[in-house]
Design a protein around this ligand. Structure first.
Ligand SMILES: Nc1ncnc2c1ncn2[C@@H]1O[C@H](COP(=O)(O)OP(=O)(O)OP(=O)(O)O)[C@@H](O)[C@H]1O
Length: 266
Protein backbone atom coordinates (compact mmCIF):
# COMPACT_ATOMS: atom_id res chain seq x y z
CA UNK A 1 0.00 0.00 0.00
CA UNK A 2 2.76 2.43 1.02
CA UNK A 3 4.41 2.36 -2.41
CA UNK A 4 1.23 2.39 -4.38
CA UNK A 5 0.72 5.38 -6.61
CA UNK A 6 -2.41 6.19 -8.46
CA UNK A 7 -2.82 7.05 -12.08
CA UNK A 8 -5.49 9.59 -11.66
CA UNK A 9 -7.86 9.94 -14.52
CA UNK A 10 -10.64 12.34 -15.11
CA UNK A 11 -13.98 10.69 -14.62
CA UNK A 12 -15.95 13.80 -15.46
CA UNK A 13 -17.36 13.68 -18.96
CA UNK A 14 -18.65 17.27 -18.78
CA UNK A 15 -15.19 18.84 -18.89
CA UNK A 16 -12.28 18.42 -21.26
CA UNK A 17 -8.84 17.51 -20.01
CA UNK A 18 -6.72 20.66 -19.95
CA UNK A 19 -3.48 19.36 -18.43
CA UNK A 20 -2.25 15.81 -18.75
CA UNK A 21 0.72 14.91 -16.55
CA UNK A 22 2.25 11.49 -17.14
CA UNK A 23 4.91 9.74 -15.06
CA UNK A 24 6.28 13.02 -13.71
CA UNK A 25 9.35 12.94 -11.49
CA UNK A 26 10.97 15.99 -9.94
CA UNK A 27 14.37 15.93 -8.27
CA UNK A 28 16.17 18.65 -6.33
CA UNK A 29 19.70 17.25 -6.52
CA UNK A 30 19.28 13.85 -4.86
CA UNK A 31 15.94 14.68 -3.26
CA UNK A 32 13.21 12.87 -5.20
CA UNK A 33 10.40 15.34 -4.50
CA UNK A 34 7.72 14.12 -6.95
CA UNK A 35 7.50 10.39 -7.58
CA UNK A 36 5.94 9.14 -10.78
CA UNK A 37 2.82 11.28 -10.71
CA UNK A 38 0.21 11.01 -13.44
CA UNK A 39 -2.93 13.10 -13.37
CA UNK A 40 -5.51 14.65 -15.67
CA UNK A 41 -6.55 18.20 -14.73
CA UNK A 42 -9.91 19.29 -16.11
CA UNK A 43 -10.83 22.48 -17.88
CA UNK A 44 -13.25 24.91 -16.21
CA UNK A 45 -12.77 23.19 -12.90
CA UNK A 46 -11.02 24.11 -9.65
CA UNK A 47 -8.59 21.40 -8.60
CA UNK A 48 -7.11 21.53 -5.09
CA UNK A 49 -3.74 20.04 -4.16
CA UNK A 50 -3.66 19.12 -0.48
CA UNK A 51 -1.25 17.21 1.75
CA UNK A 52 1.22 17.62 4.62
CA UNK A 53 3.99 20.20 4.47
CA UNK A 54 6.84 19.16 2.18
CA UNK A 55 4.79 16.52 0.28
CA UNK A 56 5.47 18.24 -3.05
CA UNK A 57 2.29 20.21 -3.80
CA UNK A 58 4.07 23.43 -4.82
CA UNK A 59 6.77 21.55 -6.68
CA UNK A 60 4.17 19.73 -8.78
CA UNK A 61 2.18 22.94 -9.36
CA UNK A 62 5.32 24.69 -10.62
CA UNK A 63 5.77 21.97 -13.26
CA UNK A 64 2.71 23.31 -15.09
CA UNK A 65 4.31 26.63 -16.03
CA UNK A 66 7.92 25.48 -15.92
CA UNK A 67 8.71 27.60 -12.88
CA UNK A 68 10.98 24.78 -11.72
CA UNK A 69 13.24 25.76 -14.68
CA UNK A 70 14.23 28.77 -12.61
CA UNK A 71 15.61 26.54 -9.78
CA UNK A 72 19.07 25.40 -10.86
CA UNK A 73 19.09 22.09 -8.94
CA UNK A 74 15.57 21.08 -10.02
CA UNK A 75 15.14 18.40 -12.68
CA UNK A 76 11.76 17.46 -14.16
CA UNK A 77 11.15 14.17 -16.02
CA UNK A 78 8.05 12.72 -17.64
CA UNK A 79 5.45 14.45 -19.77
CA UNK A 80 3.18 17.40 -19.20
CA UNK A 81 0.76 18.22 -21.96
CA UNK A 82 -1.47 21.27 -22.02
CA UNK A 83 -4.10 21.06 -24.75
CA UNK A 84 -2.13 18.05 -26.01
CA UNK A 85 1.06 20.10 -26.44
CA UNK A 86 4.20 19.00 -24.60
CA UNK A 87 5.13 22.10 -22.60
CA UNK A 88 8.69 20.82 -22.07
CA UNK A 89 9.30 20.61 -25.81
CA UNK A 90 12.37 22.61 -26.83
CA UNK A 91 10.26 24.79 -29.13
CA UNK A 92 8.08 26.04 -26.28
CA UNK A 93 9.07 29.48 -25.00
CA UNK A 94 8.61 29.49 -21.18
CA UNK A 95 7.72 33.20 -21.23
CA UNK A 96 4.86 32.59 -23.67
CA UNK A 97 3.83 29.54 -21.67
CA UNK A 98 3.59 31.62 -18.49
CA UNK A 99 1.23 34.04 -20.23
CA UNK A 100 -1.05 31.09 -21.00
CA UNK A 101 -0.53 29.52 -17.57
CA UNK A 102 -0.78 32.37 -15.05
CA UNK A 103 0.37 32.11 -11.46
CA UNK A 104 -0.61 33.74 -8.19
CA UNK A 105 1.70 33.32 -5.21
CA UNK A 106 1.28 33.01 -1.48
CA UNK A 107 2.27 36.57 -0.65
CA UNK A 108 0.72 39.32 -2.76
CA UNK A 109 3.64 40.62 -4.82
CA UNK A 110 2.56 43.62 -6.89
CA UNK A 111 5.27 45.32 -8.93
CA UNK A 112 6.42 48.68 -7.51
CA UNK A 113 4.25 50.41 -10.11
CA UNK A 114 0.79 51.89 -10.31
CA UNK A 115 -2.32 49.70 -10.16
CA UNK A 116 -2.83 50.36 -13.88
CA UNK A 117 0.74 49.47 -14.81
CA UNK A 118 0.68 46.28 -12.76
CA UNK A 119 -2.19 45.00 -14.88
CA UNK A 120 -1.01 46.54 -18.19
CA UNK A 121 2.52 45.11 -17.94
CA UNK A 122 1.79 41.59 -19.28
CA UNK A 123 -0.51 42.67 -22.13
CA UNK A 124 2.12 45.25 -23.15
CA UNK A 125 5.05 42.82 -23.30
CA UNK A 126 2.94 40.23 -25.11
CA UNK A 127 1.63 42.82 -27.60
CA UNK A 128 -2.03 42.20 -26.74
CA UNK A 129 -3.15 45.83 -27.07
CA UNK A 130 -3.31 47.72 -30.37
CA UNK A 131 -3.41 51.15 -28.75
CA UNK A 132 -3.92 53.00 -25.49
CA UNK A 133 -7.70 52.69 -25.47
CA UNK A 134 -7.39 48.96 -26.14
CA UNK A 135 -5.01 48.70 -23.19
CA UNK A 136 -7.42 50.69 -21.00
CA UNK A 137 -10.15 48.18 -21.87
CA UNK A 138 -7.91 45.21 -21.06
CA UNK A 139 -6.99 46.74 -17.69
CA UNK A 140 -10.63 47.47 -16.85
CA UNK A 141 -11.75 43.98 -17.87
CA UNK A 142 -9.04 42.30 -15.79
CA UNK A 143 -9.82 44.45 -12.74
CA UNK A 144 -13.54 43.74 -13.10
CA UNK A 145 -12.87 40.02 -13.44
CA UNK A 146 -10.82 40.19 -10.25
CA UNK A 147 -13.59 42.03 -8.39
CA UNK A 148 -11.29 45.01 -7.81
CA UNK A 149 -12.60 47.55 -10.32
CA UNK A 150 -15.00 49.38 -8.00
CA UNK A 151 -12.31 49.82 -5.35
CA UNK A 152 -9.52 50.71 -7.80
CA UNK A 153 -11.14 52.73 -10.59
CA UNK A 154 -10.52 56.11 -8.97
CA UNK A 155 -6.92 55.37 -8.01
CA UNK A 156 -5.55 53.56 -11.04
CA UNK A 157 -2.41 55.65 -11.07
CA UNK A 158 -1.58 55.17 -7.40
CA UNK A 159 0.95 52.53 -6.37
CA UNK A 160 -0.33 48.95 -6.20
CA UNK A 161 1.56 48.53 -2.95
CA UNK A 162 -0.78 51.11 -1.35
CA UNK A 163 -3.72 48.67 -1.51
CA UNK A 164 -4.71 46.42 1.41
CA UNK A 165 -3.34 42.85 1.45
CA UNK A 166 -6.57 41.37 0.10
CA UNK A 167 -6.79 44.06 -2.60
CA UNK A 168 -3.14 43.45 -3.53
CA UNK A 169 -3.88 39.75 -3.97
CA UNK A 170 -6.85 40.57 -6.22
CA UNK A 171 -4.51 42.93 -8.13
CA UNK A 172 -2.11 40.01 -8.62
CA UNK A 173 -5.03 37.92 -9.89
CA UNK A 174 -5.94 40.80 -12.26
CA UNK A 175 -2.32 40.89 -13.44
CA UNK A 176 -2.44 37.13 -14.07
CA UNK A 177 -5.77 37.18 -15.96
CA UNK A 178 -4.86 40.26 -18.05
CA UNK A 179 -2.83 38.14 -20.48
CA UNK A 180 -5.91 35.95 -21.10
CA UNK A 181 -4.44 32.79 -19.60
CA UNK A 182 -6.20 29.45 -19.91
CA UNK A 183 -4.86 27.98 -16.71
CA UNK A 184 -4.46 29.76 -13.38
CA UNK A 185 -2.10 28.31 -10.78
CA UNK A 186 -2.55 29.54 -7.23
CA UNK A 187 -0.03 28.63 -4.54
CA UNK A 188 -1.73 29.20 -1.18
CA UNK A 189 -3.26 32.47 -2.44
CA UNK A 190 -5.08 33.24 0.81
CA UNK A 191 -2.49 32.36 3.40
CA UNK A 192 -1.54 36.01 3.98
CA UNK A 193 -5.14 37.26 4.00
CA UNK A 194 -7.71 37.88 6.73
CA UNK A 195 -11.03 35.98 6.69
CA UNK A 196 -12.93 38.71 4.79
CA UNK A 197 -10.29 39.03 2.07
CA UNK A 198 -10.08 35.21 1.95
CA UNK A 199 -13.82 34.97 1.38
CA UNK A 200 -13.57 37.54 -1.45
CA UNK A 201 -10.73 35.68 -3.14
CA UNK A 202 -12.57 32.36 -2.76
CA UNK A 203 -15.66 33.86 -4.37
CA UNK A 204 -13.46 35.10 -7.17
CA UNK A 205 -11.90 31.64 -7.65
CA UNK A 206 -15.39 30.26 -8.08
CA UNK A 207 -16.10 32.88 -10.79
CA UNK A 208 -12.79 32.26 -12.54
CA UNK A 209 -13.72 28.62 -13.01
CA UNK A 210 -16.22 29.70 -15.69
CA UNK A 211 -13.28 30.57 -17.95
CA UNK A 212 -10.21 28.79 -16.68
CA UNK A 213 -8.78 25.63 -15.34
CA UNK A 214 -7.75 26.67 -11.81
CA UNK A 215 -5.28 24.66 -9.72
CA UNK A 216 -4.87 25.74 -6.12
CA UNK A 217 -2.43 24.56 -3.46
CA UNK A 218 -3.92 24.97 -0.02
CA UNK A 219 -3.18 24.00 3.56
CA UNK A 220 -6.77 24.56 4.47
CA UNK A 221 -9.00 21.56 3.99
CA UNK A 222 -12.01 23.78 4.56
CA UNK A 223 -10.86 25.95 1.69
CA UNK A 224 -10.30 22.95 -0.59
CA UNK A 225 -13.80 21.73 0.27
CA UNK A 226 -15.29 25.18 -0.35
CA UNK A 227 -13.65 26.09 -3.65
CA UNK A 228 -12.72 22.93 -5.53
CA UNK A 229 -14.55 20.27 -7.47
CA UNK A 230 -11.55 17.92 -7.69
CA UNK A 231 -8.96 17.25 -5.00
CA UNK A 232 -5.57 15.57 -5.21
CA UNK A 233 -3.98 14.36 -1.97
CA UNK A 234 -0.18 14.16 -1.94
CA UNK A 235 2.01 12.40 0.62
CA UNK A 236 5.82 12.12 0.58
CA UNK A 237 5.98 13.02 -3.12
CA UNK A 238 3.31 10.50 -4.15
CA UNK A 239 -0.12 11.32 -5.48
CA UNK A 240 -2.10 9.11 -3.14
CA UNK A 241 -5.64 9.86 -4.21
CA UNK A 242 -7.43 12.05 -6.73
CA UNK A 243 -11.18 12.28 -6.96
CA UNK A 244 -14.21 14.51 -6.72
CA UNK A 245 -13.71 16.80 -3.73
CA UNK A 246 -16.80 15.52 -1.93
CA UNK A 247 -15.57 11.94 -2.29
CA UNK A 248 -12.11 12.82 -0.92
CA UNK A 249 -13.65 14.51 2.11
CA UNK A 250 -16.52 12.14 2.79
CA UNK A 251 -15.39 8.77 1.54
CA UNK A 252 -11.65 8.57 0.81
CA UNK A 253 -10.36 5.24 -0.43
CA UNK A 254 -6.82 5.36 0.95
CA UNK A 255 -6.05 5.19 4.67
CA UNK A 256 -3.44 7.95 4.32
CA UNK A 257 -6.05 10.34 2.90
CA UNK A 258 -8.41 9.40 5.70
CA UNK A 259 -5.68 10.07 8.30
CA UNK A 260 -4.87 13.45 6.78
CA UNK A 261 -8.41 14.72 6.49
CA UNK A 262 -9.19 13.59 10.00
CA UNK A 263 -6.12 15.46 11.28
CA UNK A 264 -4.05 12.39 12.26
CA UNK A 265 -1.14 13.29 9.95
CA UNK A 266 -0.32 16.74 9.01
N1 LIG B 1 13.73 25.46 -4.30
C1 LIG B 1 13.97 24.27 -3.73
N2 LIG B 1 15.23 23.79 -3.62
C2 LIG B 1 15.48 22.59 -3.05
N3 LIG B 1 14.53 21.77 -2.55
C3 LIG B 1 13.26 22.20 -2.62
C4 LIG B 1 12.92 23.45 -3.21
N4 LIG B 1 11.56 23.61 -3.14
C5 LIG B 1 11.10 22.49 -2.53
N5 LIG B 1 12.11 21.65 -2.22
C6 LIG B 1 11.97 20.33 -1.54
O1 LIG B 1 11.02 19.55 -2.24
C7 LIG B 1 10.14 18.88 -1.36
C8 LIG B 1 8.72 19.29 -1.64
O2 LIG B 1 8.57 20.67 -1.30
P1 LIG B 1 7.29 21.54 -1.71
O3 LIG B 1 7.56 22.94 -1.32
O4 LIG B 1 6.94 21.26 -3.10
O5 LIG B 1 6.19 20.88 -0.75
P2 LIG B 1 4.78 21.47 -0.33
O6 LIG B 1 3.89 20.29 -0.20
O7 LIG B 1 4.34 22.54 -1.27
O8 LIG B 1 5.12 22.07 1.09
P3 LIG B 1 4.43 23.27 1.91
O9 LIG B 1 3.02 22.82 2.12
O10 LIG B 1 5.21 23.31 3.19
O11 LIG B 1 4.55 24.51 1.09
C9 LIG B 1 10.64 19.19 0.05
O12 LIG B 1 11.51 18.16 0.45
C10 LIG B 1 11.39 20.50 -0.13
O13 LIG B 1 12.42 20.61 0.81
Amino acid sequence: MEDMHVTAQATDTMHDIKIKAKDVQVYYGNNHAIKDVSVDILDRTVTAFIGPSGCGKSTFLRCFNRMNDTISIARVEGNILIDDEDIYDRRVDPVQLRAKVGMVFQKPNPFPKSIYDNVAYGPKIHGLAKNKSDLDDIVERALRRSALWDEAKDRLHEPGTGLSGGQQQRLCIARAVATEPEVLLMDEPCSALDPIATAQVEELIDDLRQNYSVVIVTHSMQQAARVSQKTAFFHLGNLVEYDDTDVIFSNPKDSRTESYISGKIG
